[in-house]
Every structure is written in structure tokens, then in C-alpha cells.
Design a protein around this ligand. Sequence first.
Ligand code: ZN
Ligand code: ZN
Length: 212
Amino acid sequence: MRSNPFTGRYLFHVHTPYTDGQVPVRAYFDLAVRAGLDRLIFLEHIRAAPRYDVTQFVAEVRGCAAACGVEALVGFEAKVLPGGALDISEEHLALAEVLGIAEHGFPADFDLWRASIRRALDASYGSRPVVWVHPGLWLKKHGLLEAREQEYLALLALAQGAGVKVEMNRRYGLVPGHLAGEVAPEALVRGADAHRLEDAEAAVAEMRSASG
Ligand SMILES: [Zn+2]
Ligand SMILES: [Zn+2]
């Protein structure tokens, strides 16, 4: 397995029409060529029983990478289920070069949420990079980010202790900017969570202005 892919000019966490994104796989590669990116890291939604052809998605990414001469990784964004398991099959986990752990559609039960996230962050997923994406989205959606900040910080620390990277998610503003210092620089990754081409282009523009 490669070393850290979250270095240089990378665009991470992009969605395509295979799920709820509006940007075809090829269009991300065209952007990567235009912008001189080093690497595309796809992070497509997955379920244990996905409603799209995962094999076709992976083949399309590989084909475009070869045709465009742009490095690309295939990742999947899997949601945490009550209890802490991820909603992804072993077959598809095996295809994931990057694994995203997400909070989507989780029941409105704080203790269950915390226990499940803890277990998910602490589990072993092999040697692939694992990223807690839009961390704390459940808290944000329930208006609990402030009231549960201590528990949130403990989870951010747990993630880093377990070797899980933490996303600075552009779409949801998570990790909140004032808490970004709680994440070690080597654990922090930028995620566009792009669904439209404008999202991806804006993320690339911000990366350029940040790196000077
Ligand atoms: Zn998500
Ligand atoms: Zn996403």
C-alpha cells in the first residue's frame, strides 16, 4: 500500500452521477489536468447493497486515470450503523484504496451515536488510509456541537490515536475552524465533498491560495 496520498495538490472527496453527484468521472480528470493536480481521490457513497455498479465505477476511474495520466485513488464513503459497523460489504471494502467513515441517517440518540462512532473509529480496516469525513455531522444536524464539544474533542483525539485521519470538510464546515488546532497537521486532510463542478473548482482554488 502506498504512503500518505494526502500530500501535494490533491482533490479528495468527490461524488459522481453513480450516486448523488452531478460531475461525471471524466470531468474530474479534465479539471485535474487543467489545474495541474497531482492526484484525485474519489470518495463515492456506498451501501452494503449499493444501487450502482461498483465494478463499473472503479473501471471508469482506472480507465480515465490511464487515459489522462493523472493518478487516482478509489475510495468509498461508508456510514456508521448503530453498533459501529460500517455499511459496506467485504467485497467492496477490498476495493477501497481510501475508506471514509461518515455519519448519515443515524438515529437521534446521542449515547448510541457516540458509542457507535467510537467503535467505528477504533476498528481495524487494514493498511488503507481511513478518514473520518465531515466529523461531527450528526452533532451539527442536531444542534449539539457546542453542548457536546468535550465529547466531540474526545472523539477527534480517539480518531487520531487510532491512526484515522480527520477531514476538514468544505461542504459542511467540519471540523469547525476554531477547533482545527485540535487536529495534528499530519492527521488533517482537506475534503471538497464536491457534488457540482463549481464545488470542485472552488476547492482547487482555495488549495492554490492556501499553498501560495
Ligand atoms: Zn457524506
Ligand atoms: Zn461525501
